[in-house]
Design a protein around this ligand. Structure first.
Ligand code: NDP
Ligand code: 2IT
Length: 444
């Protein structure tokens, strides 16, 4: 059996009931075959792949907090410090009832390669909780965040592990967690990113994942003889990534006609009104039904259905496994040219393969959504030098990073005989840097 297959079987056996983690590992290992096969003896002797798929450290903890009725609630907290070969652990915190160890491991594993692709010195990690922020008061959110940090603080630090936001964790939650960290440690340091602008946050971090997704998509289209300008775009999600993807797509001259949340989706024939979407989601924290109620051109539908709308470019920006094989078939039948992932692993493996077989340009999240974590690394730089850069400076750096990522993954795919396979290009380019650093640092 090949080394790759052996390690995949080992992962399935050692990590039962973690299907998302298996899926993330399978996608990476499958596309590394050409590299691994060529160095099989050396990698096998060093157990390089076994070390790569095993987190350096996994932290599981209890998070007790008191709700507004005086009732004590208990949630599970997680931080998986996956790989620190190229820098301190870096990656977001997710607060969502679906969170479990397997979800955090899939996200942490992907983060290793994504962070490597940014070209910046950050290792891979991820964390979160099965806490559901929906419907909670500000006081309950604060109580939860303080309790979460009262345990997490001992495991993180500006040079050790630097968490940030993800699903259910935005500026409000980062603020409460930062305050508690500072109080316990009595240290003012860049231990979290995505901070508010008054206490060490970076301009353009809020926009970075969505803007970065569009910078990469625009470069992809340009280098393949097309143009983002004038394209019809379908976006899923209505959170941080989706909102700023829609905003940048419109700034670049595209028309975005859909968005979605966990209960339904919008088709807006006139193009999404971003100011209204921000009001509904960022300010009121309300459902998309409120968007439809305020806008004549918008239709609201219950359930899922974004991918049934005809578009040139599809940008899944909500969550994992939200674009299935049937959706991919529908998109291809409707003439889609490109699919770029704003979310982490939103496209199932079968759907990805179908899109690739049908010559749709497909860029996975490790490359396409790396703008968020890249800008987090820029926030770390600013914190270290105790300076702030202007919006234009950060945005220009972000744009350059995304253009570089596109060319690096395109070059890697070509070099290994898989031209146009940007998934393989991203996995290979991300892997090579981490593998070299691991080798240089010995058996640790
Ligand atoms: P948010 O919490 O801001 O938004 C998430 C959006 O997706 C919301 O509209 C939410 O609906 C919807 N959603 C969440 N879970 C589900 C679900 N199970 N089914 C259907 N819809 C769902 O998160 P982000 O925008 O930050 O994250 C979105 C994706 O992007 C995630 O995959 C995340 O890992 C990834 N990502 C985020 C980065 C960042 O910087 N924030 C960086 C790189 C990737 P509702 O409004 O109803 O809650
Ligand atoms: O998935 C991701 O890259 C993020 N949620 C952002 C991580 C970060 O550290 O900014």
């Amino acid at each position: 059996m090949s080394y790759v297959d052996e390690v995949y079987n080992y992962v399935v056996e050692k990590n039962p009931a973690q299907p998302e983690f298996h899926q993330a590992v399978k996608e990476v290992l499958d596309s590394l075959r050409v590299v691994i096969d060529a160095n099989e003896e050396e990698y096998r002797k060093d157990a390089l792949l076994e070390r790569l798929v095993t987190p350096e450290r996994q932290i599981l903890f209890r998070v007790p907090w008191v709700d507004d009725k005086g009732q004590v609630q208990v949630n599970n907290g997680f931080r998986v410090q996956f790989n620190s070969a190229i820098g301190p652990y870096k990656g977001g915190l997710r607060f969502h009832p679906s969170v479990n160890l397997g979800i955090i491991k899939f996200l942490g594993f992907e983060q290793i390669f994504k962070n490597s692709l940014t070209g910046l010195p950050i290792g891979g990690g991820k964390g979160g909780s099965d806490f559901d922020p929906k419907g909670k008061s500000d006081r309950e959110i604060m109580a939860f965040c303080q309790s979460f940090m009262t345990e997490l603080f001992r495991h993180i630090g500006a040079d050790t592990d630097v968490p940030a936001g993800d699903i259910g964790v935005g500026g409000r939650e980062i603020g409460y967690m930062y305050g508690q960290y500072k109080r316990i440690r009595d240290t003012y340091e860049g231990v979290l990113t995505g901070k508010g602008l008054t206490y060490g946050g970076s301009l353009a971090r809020t926009q970075a994942t969505g803007y970065g997704l569009l910078y990469l998509t625009a470069e992809l289209l340009k280098c393949n003889g097309s143009d983002i300008k004038g394209k019809t775009v379908c976006v899923s999600g209505a959170g941080n990534v989706a909102i700023y993807a829609i905003e940048k797509a419109q700034q670049l001259g595209a028309k975005v006609v859909t968005c979605s949340d966990s209960t339904g989706w919008i088709y807006d024939s006139e193009g999404i009104d971003v100011a209204l979407l921000k009001e509904v989601k960022e300010v009121k924290r309300a459902r998309l039904t409120e968007y439809a109620a305020a806008r004549k051109s918008a239709e609201y539908h219950e359930g899922r259905g974004v991918w049934s709308i005809k578009c040139d470019v599809a940008l899944p920006c909500a969550t994992q496994n939200e674009l299935h094989l049937e959706d991919a078939k529908q998109l291809v039948a409707n003439g889609v040219q490109a699919v770029c992932e704003g979310a982490n692993m939103p496209t199932t493996i079968e759907a990805t393969e179908y899109l690739q077989e049908n010559k749709v340009m497909f860029v996975g999240g490790k490359a396409a959504n790396a703008g968020g974590v890249a800008t987090s690394a820029l926030e770390m730089s600013q914190n270290s030098e105790r300076l702030h850069w202007t919006f234009e400076e950060v945005d220009a750096k972000l744009q350059q990073i995304m253009v570089n990522i596109y060319h690096n993954i395109d070059d890697a795919a070509k070099k290994y005989g898989m031209e146009g396979n940007y998934v393989a290009g991203a996995n290979i380019a991300g892997f090579l840097k981490v593998a070299e650093a691991m080798k240089a640092q010995g058996i640790v």
